[in-house]
Write a protein that binds this ligand. Structure first.
Ligand SMILES: *Cc1c(COP(=O)(O)O)cnc(C)c1O
Length: 435
C-alpha cells in the first residue's frame, strides 16, 4: 500500500478522485509540460542569478537578527527599516530605496513617486499609452479628487505602435520644455499588448536620456521584478516602482510598496509619504522587517514558479483552442498570462475554478463587482493568504471586450499548474469547453 502512494499514478488518481479531473485533460497537461522543459531550464537560470543578487545584497548590508525587532510610534532610528531599504537599493542596483508598510499598494507607491517629483506646471509624459486603470485616477484621466491634473500637473501620452514597440519619433516630438517625468509601464495591465522586455526598456531609457539627461524616467515595474537578469534601475531608470504583494514580496510581505532609484527622486517621494522635513526619518516598521526581507529572499524562486505556471497555461490553452498572450515562444517581461476567453461566461467560470483551487477561501465563489479604481465591473479570484496578493495564484478580468482573463502568481509551481487544471475542469463541467 505504501509503495502505491509513491507512484506517478497516485497523482492522477488523486486528481481524479478529489478534483474530478478528466483523464483526457491530464493527458494534454502532461504533453504541455514536456514541451516546456527547455524554457523551464532558462527560467531556473534567471532565478538562480537573482537569488545570488538578493543574497549578496543582504550580506553586503550586514542583515542581522537584531533588525527584525521592529519599532512603533515615530519609528526613529529603526535600523531594520533602514537596512531593508539599503538591501532593496543594493538588490536593484539603485542609489536609494523607499520600502515600507506605510506604502499600501503599487498604486500608492506610483502615486508617491509622481506627486513627489512633479510640481505645478510640470508635465508627465507616459510613453506606453494610457496607464493601468488605477493610475488613471491618480493622474486625473478619470475624474477624482486631488489628482495630479487637479494639482496643475500637465499630462500627455504617446501610445505604443501597433506592434507594441515604442513610437520613437512621436516620443521625441512630445518631449518639451515642461516635460519632467517620463512614465513607462512594463506590464501590460488590462490590455493585450506585450509586456516590455528588459532590452526594450534599456533601449528607450538610452533614447530618452540622449534627448535630455535631466528627464526623470519612472518605470512601473509591477509584475516585472526578477523575471529577467536585470531590473530597470540597473539600466538608468531614475525611479523603479512596484508592489510588495506582487513579485518582490515573495508571498510573505503582508503589505507594502517600493521605490528604488536616485537619492534625489527617492527623497522627494519620501517627503510625500511622511511629510516635508521628515522624509525617510520616521515610519515605524511595526515588526514587519522579517517578512519583508525573508519575502525578498524567496522572491526570485516564487517569481520563477509564477513564470512556469504562466508558460504552462499558455501552452495548455493553445491546445484547448484559445489564443493567449504572450504566446509560449515569446520573451516575457512579467508574470502575467492573458487568455482570450471570448465571453463573460467563460471568464466567470474560469475565475470560479481558480478560486476553487485556492488554499484559502476555496469554498467561496467570486462574482464581478464595481471595484474602486476601475471603470467597469471586475471579477477577481484570489484565495490568498494575503488579501489581494497577486503573487499568489490568482486571476482577474474586467468584464468588457475583448474578454481576456489575466492569470498570475503561484507561490509554488505545483499549486499553479494544478490550479489551472481545476479551473479548466470547472469550464468543462459548466459545459463551456469540450475535450
Ligand atoms: C498591479 C499594478 C499596479 C498597482 O496596483 P496595486 O493593486 O495598487 O498594487 C500598477 N501598475 C500595474 C501595471 C500593475 O500591474
Amino acid at each position: 500500500m505504501k509503495g502505491f502512494w509513491l507512484t506517478e499514478m497516485s497523482k492522477f488518481n488523486f486528481l481524479r478522485d478529489n478534483y474530478n479531473i478528466n483523464p483526457k485533460l491530464l493527458e494534454i497537461s502532461e504533453i504541455a509540460e514536456k514541451e516546456l522543459y527547455e524554457q523551464f531550464v532558462e527560467i531556473e537560470k534567471i532565478a538562480e542569478y537573482n537569488q545570488l543578487k538578493v543574497l549578496k545584497a543582504m550580506q553586503d548590508n550586514r542583515l542581522s537578527d537584531v533588525h527584525f525587532a521592529g519599532s512603533t510610534g515615530y519609528g526613529y532610528n529603526d535600523l531594520g527599516r533602514d537596512t531593508l531599504e539599503e538591501i532593496y537599493a543594493s538588490a536593484f542596483g539603485a542609489e536609494a530605496a523607499l520600502c515600507r508598510p506605510q506604502i499600501i499598494s503599487g498604486t500608492h507607491a506610483l502615486s508617491l513617486a509622481l506627486f513627489g517629483n512633479l510640481k505645478h506646471g510640470d508635465e508627465l509624459l507616459y510613453i506606453t499609452g494610457t496607464p493601468y486603470d488605477t493610475l488613471k485616477g491618480v493622474i486625473g484621466i478619470r475624474e477624482t479628487r486631488n489628482s495630479l491634473m487637479d494639482n496643475g500637473i500637465i499630462y500627455s501620452e504617446v501610445s505604443l505602435l501597433e506592434d507594441g514597440s515604442f513610437d520613437y519619433e512621436n516620443i521625441k516630438n512630445a518631449i518639451n520644455g515642461r516635460t519632467k517625468v517620463i512614465g513607462i509601464q512594463r506590464s501590460k495591465g488590462y490590455s493585450l499588448r506585450h509586456s516590455l522586455t528588459i532590452d526594450e526598456i534599456s533601449d528607450i531609457i538610452k533614447f530618452v536620456k540622449n534627448i535630455d539627461d535631466k528627464l526623470c524616467i519612472m518605470v512601473d515595474n509591477c509584475y516585472g521584478e526578477f523575471t529577467d537578469y536585470l531590473e530597470p534601475s540597473e539600466l538608468g531608470a531614475d525611479m523603479t516602482v512596484g508592489s510588495l504583494i506582487k513579485n518582490p514580496g515573495g508571498g510573505l510581505a503582508p503589505v507594502g510598496g517600493y521605490i528604488v532609484g536616485t537619492e534625489e527622486c527617492v527623497e522627494n517621494a519620501a517627503a510625500k509619504l511622511s511629510s516635508p522635513g521628515i522624509g525617510k526619518e520616521a515610519g515605524p516598521s511595526l515588526g514587519i522587517t522579517q517578512s519583508f526581507t525573508q519575502g525578498l529572499f524567496l522572491a526570485p524562486n516564487v517569481t520563477a514558479a509564477s513564470m512556469k505556471m504562466a508558460l504552462f497555461t499558455a501552452v495548455l490553452f493553445e491546445k484547448l483552442g484559445f489564443s493567449v498572450t504572450p504566446k509560449p515562444c515569446e520573451k516575457r517581461g512579467d508574470i502575467v498570462q492573458a487568455i482570450l476567453l471570448k465571453n463573460a461566461e467563460n471568464i466567470i467560470s474560469f475565475c470560479k475554478g481558480v478560486q476553487m483551487a485556492a488554499p484559502v477561501d476555496s469554498f467561496v465563489s467570486p462574482e464581478p463587482w464595481d471595484m474602486p479604481g476601475y471603470d467597469c465591473q471586475v471579477i477577481m479570484a484570489a484565495g490568498a493568504f494575503i488579501q489581494g496578493a497577486s503573487i499568489e495564484f490568482s486571476a482577474d478580468a474586467p468584464i468588457r471586450e475583448p474578454f481576456a482573463v489575466y492569470l498570475q502568481g503561484g507561490l509554488t509551481y505545483h499549486h499553479g499548474k494544478n490550479g489551472v487544471l481545476i479551473a479548466v475542469q470547472n469550464m468543462i463541467n459548466d459545459g463551456l469547453i469540450s475535450i
